[in-house]
Design a protein around this ligand. Sequence first.
Ligand SMILES: Cc1ncc(COP(=O)(O)O)c(C=O)c1O
Length: 386
Amino acid sequence: MSLHAFDEIIPRRNSRSAKWDSAPENDVLPMWVADMDFRTAPSVVAALERRVRHGVFGYAKVPEDYFQAVTDWFSRRHGFPFKEEWLLPVIGVVPAVSAIIRALTVPGDRVLVQGPVYNCFFSSIRNQGCEIVSNDLVHRDGGYEIDFRDLEEKAADPRTTLLLLCNPHNPVGRVWTREELTRIGKICLRHGVFVLSDEIHCDLAMPGHRHVPFASIDDAFLACSVTCSSPSKTFNLAGLQTANILAADEAVRRKIDKALNVHEVGEIGPFGIDALIAAYTGGEAWLDDLRRYLHANYRHLRDVVERDMPRLRITPLQATYLVWMDCSALGLPSAEIARRLYDQERVWVTEGTVYGAAGEGFLRINIACPRSTLDDGLERLKQGLG
Ligand SMILES: Cc1ncc(COP(=O)(O)O)c(C=O)c1O
């Protein structure tokens, strides 16, 4: 497939899209929620067409080739072989995170996050009656680092039982290195803190960066962690509600399985099953093209911002299609900047404070769209902020 295929504008307004149909006005350009304006891989479309033609949509049984497709994918793409029986299918990563917190903590426990971080982490922790403790990332030289001393201190608190790791990180776009993950893992092991690694963005590392699955580093890390993954960001399948939990330890897996049943989130549907198998077995070439296109979009955005909006700074994007832009030089709260952009320029981006107080001064911009749509967005940003 040529990269030009990603240039196609696929109208999404009036398609019951959360991204495109949530604004009441139809001149608003949505660059907020994390889904893409691209058609998914041809192998997925073909599999779903076959399913539709079958015309019978009863309860589904997750087949053996589903589990095989997941394990082969992680082995091939991420050098991480694991056993099929360690997997628990689930209808989404957020429901998985909530169920895992329920299974592995008791109300009142402290759960560590690394802010600014994906906002649903906060609600999942709170909804299970736990307390959020943030080991805020350090913003240095335009990029982000982990404050390991602070992490050690917070992990040492006996009330801290779980770390919710975002690997790669949304919204700051970091791919954590093996060294960083090893330090995190050692700290957590030392203090008996279990790790929940959300790796939903693992397939979207930019050229020059390689995702390292936390659990792949060491057998001890594998035993004291669970990993969540999904083809949803990678192949733009979020609406099909299919994800997986990898839990190697049998007792932990049993507890999580029980919580999935209590939350009623462990039954995935026929469309999600077919889509996952088709994506992981037939979507690899499409994905590599997509990653090249996203990288070109990122470089283009960075060049335009440097040239036309010199007060803004783009955080280096190592993974995801979500750009984290430093607007602190404007001296305004990010909620106000986002509101102004929405009201005056009709572009919808996400204010950084959605991801916690550490996101103040930043905006998150979704660049998974055709180049001409991105250019439209950049023009609106320039009018509003340049
Ligand atoms: C880190 C992270 N986890 C989970 C999700 C959502 O997962 P799901 O739609 O499977 O619940 C997102 C979506 O943006 C995300 O960025």
